[in-house]
Design a protein around this ligand. Structure first.
Ligand SMILES: Nc1nc2c([nH]c(=O)n2[C@H]2C[C@H](O)[C@@H](COP(=O)(O)OP(=O)(O)OP(=O)(O)O)O2)c(=O)[nH]1
Length: 216
């Protein structure tokens, strides 16, 4: 297998084999960055049918739907930060599992974001709106499942699952533009890495994603 050329900032924690799943953008070059800050982003996914997102009411990413997360504080591990942020922003606890790493650069920002992405299939507690986030459930539309799975999902459309009945589909038009590339990898349980660069107006300039090979 040929060696993948990882974009600057994307590092592999383990020696896993990866296949490229997406790349593109009008820019030739990746945006330069001087330092890196560490963040988390967590998703609760029930029965592969619905996902909990939060509407960001203020601050960075205001007006967008996203998982729950934020900065890793000094003295905290990434998983501790992910659990704390999920509780602070949605009022719940969940057995989070690491599922991917996203490297995110905004042109002109002082630091790049290294985002550990987590998922869980269950949660405890009462989902609660906070000053920062308004949580809501969305059904996982079939298009968010990778094509390789389409033959296995044809007879059991996730949107017809009783857990997702009546829910709106994931609002990709009101989310960060890179999410459509890696969310399907998260839903299919394929560990992923990727990088997305944005200009100051949140337009995506360049992107690259890879994941472990899909099971055939
Ligand atoms: N889905 C998605 N999330 C992203 C992208 N870029 C990006 O920073 N995020 C996430 C990572 C974090 O969960 C969140 C930014 O964190 P934040 O702005 O809430 O962090 P913060 O420092 O205010 O956190 P806090 O500790 O004050 O809660 O946005 C992206 O391209 N897609």
């Amino acid at each position: 297998m040929h060696t993948l050329h990882l974009p600057p900032g994307v590092e592999l924690q383990h020696n896993i084999s990866l296949v490229e799943t997406a790349n593109g953008g009008a820019s030739e070059q990746w945006v330069d960055y001087k330092k890196v800050k560490f963040y988390t982003n967590a998703f609760v996914i029930i029965n592969d049918a619905k996902v909990l997102l939060g509407y960001k009411k203020r601050g960075f990413g205001q007006g967008l739907w996203n998982g729950f997360g934020g900065k890793v504080d000094p003295g905290e591990t990434s998983i501790q930060a992910a659990q704390r942020e999920l509780e602070e922003e949605a009022g719940i606890n969940a057995p989070l599992e690491h599922c991917g790493v996203l490297f995110f650069v905004v042109d002109g920002a002082d630091a790049a974001f290294n985002i550990d992405v987590y998922r869980a299939n269950e949660y405890t507690g009462t989902i609660t709106e906070t000053d920062e986030m308004r949580p809501a459930w969305f059904s996982i539309q079939k298009e968010m499942l990778p094509p390789v799975n389409s033959h296995t999902t044809a007879d059991c459309s996730s949107t017809s699952d009783k857990h997702a009945e009546g829910l709106p589909p994931i609002p990709l038009g009101q989310m960060w533009a890179d999410d459509e590339f890696w969310m399907p990898l998260m839903f299919s349980g394929r560990p992923f890495v990727g990088r997305a660069d944005f200009d100051a107006d949140s337009k995506m300039l360049k992107w690259w994603f890879a994941a472990t090979p899909a099971e055939s």
